[in-house]
Write a new protein. Sequence first.
Length: 633
Amino acid sequence: MGQVYNEFHRRSIEDREGFWREQAALVDWHKPFDRVLEYSRPPFARWFVGGETNLCHNAVDRHLATRADQKALVFLSTETDTEQHYTYRQLHDEVNRCAAVMQSLGVGRGDRVLLYMPMIPEAAVAMLACARLGAIHSVVFGGFASHSLATRIDDASPKLIVSSDAGMRGGKVVRYKPLLDEAISLSGNKPEAVLLVNRGLDPEYTTVPGRDHDWATLRARHMDARVPVTWLESNEPSYILYTSGTTGKPKGVQRDVGGYAVALAASMKHIYQGNPGETMFTTSDIGWVVGHSYIVYAPLIAGMTTIFYEGVPIRPDAGIWWKIVQDHRVTVMFSAPTAIRVLKKQDESFVKRHDLSSLRHLFLAGEPLDEPTHRWIADVLGHPVIDHYWQTETGWPMLTSVPGVEATPVKFGSPSFPAYGYDLRLFREDGSEAGADEKAVVGVVPPLPPGCLSTVWGDDDRFVKTYFSMFRDRLIYSSFDWGIRDADGYHFILGRTDDVINVAGHRLGTREIEEAVQSHTAVAEVAVVGVADQLKGQMPLAFAVVKDPARTATPEARAALEKEVMAAVDGQLGAIARPARVHFVTMLPKTRSGKLLRRSIQALAEGRDPGDLTTLEDATALDQIRVAVQAPK
Ligand code: ATP
Ligand code: MG
């Protein structure tokens, strides 16, 4: 860790209140807070107690005096060939109209509003309108099917649902409304009203009289509306967001208002280095935490222009993101490793033909960033690529390099250091602290910093039991991820604590085996799972995607490559970690947010039911796994 950052981080832990009091000046307060932190009921932390503020005010209203005519949001859709700009003034107008519409449908402070929407500007407007009213939004990713949507409706019991006729993905229309209707019929908590943006994409679009309302019609009735900001105590809830559910039943992460605003503003300054008037491009979706924090709230709080993109990274061609960076002079970009791996399979001229000189950094998060991918993207971009690590629960980075405080050298494969505010350490399973180069659980000594989840929605008990009960004698927040810290203080994430396989008594992380497989230059991507084995307990099984299909064109070629890959694992980790088989596929089953569905792969490999697949990106990927594990050797 660099000297300067080390000191910055130390102070954030040792003088918590002083540190965060300073950061709190980055946002507007309607009423100043009485106390920076109240921590009388661990692990529940209350930040900026007594202070009153509002996320919509900080993201929109406060910029009107200085940047009303600056672009706030640029909507780009390569699905519908649309480009639309909203200045801060126009965004303010739209948010006021939407807030008035919501009010007319009975929405007020503390009410839940569920959003099930494609990446259209109305989604951001609706989120901000909720924030304005003090209503609690719960955005459900548009890719979820009715069953998953219904469980979230049941849990959040929304007064209003905002949705749309359809989304589009890769040129295909995805009908939302029938899924929503079905979800509402499945749900025990039926909303009083549904507000619908009709994009005209679905010719069979239907509405339910009395319940369904048309966005455009109601908007037209409130064109001149001005809805005053509802000032909220810092610890009132701003939103609920369910975790991706990669490892099981989703949890309703509840976020506060003031702590979140401060955490985001501080992260824009110290981590992302996004300045007012500049442009940020985050390639996520509003259904995920990255979309909440770094498409909508943080760039707007920072007075930036945010790019709101509907489309895939390879349409019309694999240069589309870099064209956006060039055309909009993007300075901060945020994406996910999975997308970069997709682009890596394409010709690098798609990147290089664009003028990317405006770019300062590319940040990546969401899953492990393997070294070859990290090297490749850093080389072709010619700009630093920062791997950083965080979770839905934390709302902003936990491990990162912090270039706004000190530029530290990148180590490939490492998301660097604990972010300021996090007393992040590595814990052995007995709760004692691990030393350098020792694999252990990534944990945080509470209180968690501002911006992190305040509880699980409606279930304080589940909050404590889920996150703070891994170690018997110490109250520690568990990330459920393995990590390791080297002698220079760089951290490496080694996979999830439930991704461990036990081969003849040896505990091996699937992530480490994946790294070893990936060290073979022919391999683009790989998933390793443990499958039951009579003799050894469990055996690793690898599913690999190759860069050049010629390498697996014939059975002989496949067998030869399989041997080479096994030898690579032997060389790196020893024969104990050698996969029983290396199957070659063209695609791995992933969630829409790019996370490997390891649980489902493992289930199929053991001949079990793959489980809940509503977030699966492409069903044919699972079919390939099915075929691979059934094929004779
Ligand atoms: P659920 O908790 O419901 O199973 P999830 O953990 O997949 O879902 P997210 O909160 O979206 O939902 O993902 C956070 C997880 O993603 C982290 O706990 C970690 O496993 C992984 N992750 C995020 N960033 C990185 C990174 N830079 N390197 C390695 N892993 C990462
Ligand atoms: Mg998780």
